[in-house]
Design a binder for this molecule. Structure first.
Ligand code: 4GX
Length: 220
């Protein structure tokens, strides 16, 4: 999977060098290419935005600069995603769906919006990560990259995906490790029994109970 990220703040993406996503890049299972929109300004001061037509507060990113940035990375089969609170909310089903693509172009606005004309021309899909307002599309782009990359072959251990939250529509069962007694609390006896069938059954029951208690909306 290749991700091209169009942003005014490429350094914000440094955290993707860590942990699972960092290793996935080293192993070339995913590629994250950061493209600075400012590099496509034709202005001697590297200006990328201007005041909105019709007046009002803030600045708007120019359509021509964003279009040139897009032209530098687009391919035949690329899907362009604009991160914005106006998009459809990202969920695990959408994440799995996006993981089937092989080239995603993520467009991040910051502070201000982007001229509507270039959005109309290049954006295939508008996605939100939730109903709250952020200062830019960079964190949402990172959330999307992280959640989608987990579904790319080799990024996670084979089993981890099958056992986790949402893969069966339920939340995860509780986990325990040593010590066997912590502050007087024993590990549930069944987990020490070695009886794998009974353990599976217990975990499924726990998953169901926890989902019913914490997120009953997921059962409907
Ligand atoms: N899920 N934001 C986009 C730029 C912007 C400003 C004005 C349109 C109009 C967000 C979210 C989010 C903040 C990213 C505003 N776009 N993105 N940014 N929640 O809050 O995706």
């Amino acid at each position: 999977m290749k991700f091209d990220v169009l942003t005014l703040f490429p350094e914000m993406f440094d955290c993707l060098k860590q942990s699972v996503i960092g290793r996935a890049q080293e192993k070339e299972q995913i590629e994250i290419n950061l493209v600075n929109i400012r590099d496509f300004s034709k202005d001697k001061h590297k200006k990328v935005d201007d005041t909105p037509y019709g007046g009002g507060a803030g600045m708007v990113i120019r359509s021509d600069v964003v279009y040139d940035t897009y032209q530098s990375v687009k391919t035949e089969n690329a899907k362009v995603i604009y991160l914005s609170p106006q998009g459809k909310t990202l969920d695990q089903r959408k994440v799995e769906d996006l993981a089937k693509q092989n080239h995603l172009i993520l467009l991040c606005g910051h502070y201000e919006g982007i001229d509507q004309r270039v959005l109309d021309k290049i954006v295939d899909e508008e996605i939100s990560i939730g109903d709250y307002v952020l200062t830019g599309g960079e964190l949402p782009a990172m959330v999307l990259i992280d959640s989608v990359s987990r579904y790319i072959k080799g990024v996670l251990k084979e089993d981890s995906i099958k056992e986790e939250s949402f893969s069966n529509g339920l939340l995860e069962y509780p986990q325990y490790t040593r010590p066997e007694i912590f502050e007087g609390e024993k590990v549930p006896e069944i987990l020490l029994s070695g009886h794998h069938e009974k353990i599976d059954k217990w975990r499924k029951q726990k998953s169901f109970e926890i989902t019913k208690q914490k997120r009953p909306d997921l059962l409907r």
